[in-house]
Design a protein around this ligand. Structure first.
Ligand SMILES: [Zn+2]
Ligand SMILES: [Zn+2]
Length: 383
């Protein structure tokens, strides 16, 4: 099924083996069964892409990054509806506006069949390790035939291919550009708040490190009824944005001991849930000491290498506290949920996105992200 105006070549930001990021002309990919070709409207600029770019996360190169995307379906792969199960993804058509989640569930592995898209075995084994989709092949090549690895759907390009299982329809009223961040920043935050923490209305929350995902946690915790949301960061500018997005209190951890400050703000009790969004031992340990009795530390920041944190055992046991890891979310269920939350006004996309770049400025966007010059989330808007 082919829509109108499908060009043969496109511009893509290609990360070469030597670590340089440059726009190249490459062939437009073709979707296979169960996949969609998307004309990219915009793509988010995420720290995880930056980790790959800096070589801190191993990934094959040359490759195309970009793993939260918004755009329009222009082509669908050959129909495989007889083979596909009922939960193989949403029913979508050419011309539909969509967002793509960074975890693209294969729908067939044991984890996916159990609804645990966040643990999809093929996503990790094929996409994250090899840069391919689930038949073991990439959809992207240079004009000379060199394969280009795909980080998720590889959306830093004018077109990308994603399994339909990783997509959700974008309703009227949500913008085509800023909605891209629903696919990683917002979906990851939603998974942490709704799934991992199981946040209940009236509970108190601390968010340690308010980058793209932490800022999403602030918004979603408020939207889901948290009575207090205490944002902790080292940047007054980020804390000011967190306050605009729903934080009831802010703590600059350069000015005050964040554990003492959070305890003081909660009458000595501590918080029901502390989200750690940085992945550093010091902040992980701090978050663990902010907890109320029965509280939960939800870890969402990926650490460098094999970092470890020291947690005092006895309080954890005596106070029945929990430490929970949370990676992404269950795309097929949670991405539509977070889209709906945004449609209802529970996630302010316009305030969350604080910078816009063009594709040829992709390298500048990552420089700015690395230097801490991006307050909320940045997006690259396609030409
Ligand atoms: Zn991301
Ligand atoms: Zn799977």
């Amino acid at each position: 099924m082919t829509g109108p105006a499908r060009p043969t070549s496109m511009r893509a930001a290609v990360l070469s083996a030597d670590g340089t990021l440059a726009v190249e002309n490459i062939p437009v990919p073709r979707p296979r069964a169960g996949e969609a070709l998307i004309r990219v409207e915009s793509v988010g600029v995420c720290h995880t892409d930056l980790h790959v770019l800096k070589g801190e996360v191993g990934f094959p190169k040359p490759c195309v990054l970009g793993h939260e995307v918004s755009g329009t379906i222009v082509e669908l792969g050959d129909d495989d509806s007889e083979e596909a199960g009922a939960d193989s993804g949403p029913r979508l058509a050419v011309g539909d506006r969509v967002v793509g989640g960074f975890i693209m569930p294969c729908t067939r592995c044991e984890a996916c069949r159990a609804g645990r898209d966040d643990l999809c075995e093929n996503f990790f084994a094929q996409n994250r390790l090899k840069g391919t989709l689930y038949d073991g092949e990439t959809r992207l090549h240079r004009a000379d035939g060199t394969p280009l690895a795909m980080y998720s759907m590889a959306a830093m390009a004018q077109y990308c291919v994603s399994p339909v299982s990783g997509l959700a329809a974008l309703p009227e009223g949500l913008p085509s550009d800023t909605s891209a961040i629903l696919g990683c920043a917002a979906m990851t935050a939603y998974g942490a708040v709704s799934r991992a923490a199981g946040l209940q209305p009236g509970q108190t929350v601390a968010v340690v490190a308010t980058g793209g995902v932490g800022m999403g946690v602030v918004q979603i915790a408020r939207a889901l009824g948290a009575s207090r949301v205490i944002a902790v960061d080292v940047s007054d500018d980020k804390l000011a944005l967190a306050a605009r997005l729903g934080a009831t209190d802010v703590v600059n951890s350069l000015d005050a001991d964040p554990v003492a400050a959070v305890r003081a703000l909660t009458g000595g009790r501590g918080v029901d849930v502390a989200f750690e969004a940085l992945g550093r031992p010091q902040t992980f340990e701090q978050a663990s000491r902010m907890l109320a009795d029965g509280g939960a530390l939800v870890a969402i920041g990926i650490a460098a290498g094999a970092a470890t944190a020291a947690i005092e055992i006895t309080p954890l046991v005596r106070r029945s506290q929990r430490i929970i890891g949370s990676y992404g979310a269950r795309t097929r269920v949670d991405l539509p949920s977070v889209v709906e939350l945004a449609r209802q006004g529970g996630f302010d996309l316009e305030q969350a996105v604080t910078r816009r770049y063009r594709l040829h400025e992709a390298a500048d966007a990552f420089d700015d992200l690395a230097a801490g010059r991006i307050l909320g989330r940045a997006i690259i808007v396609m030409d």
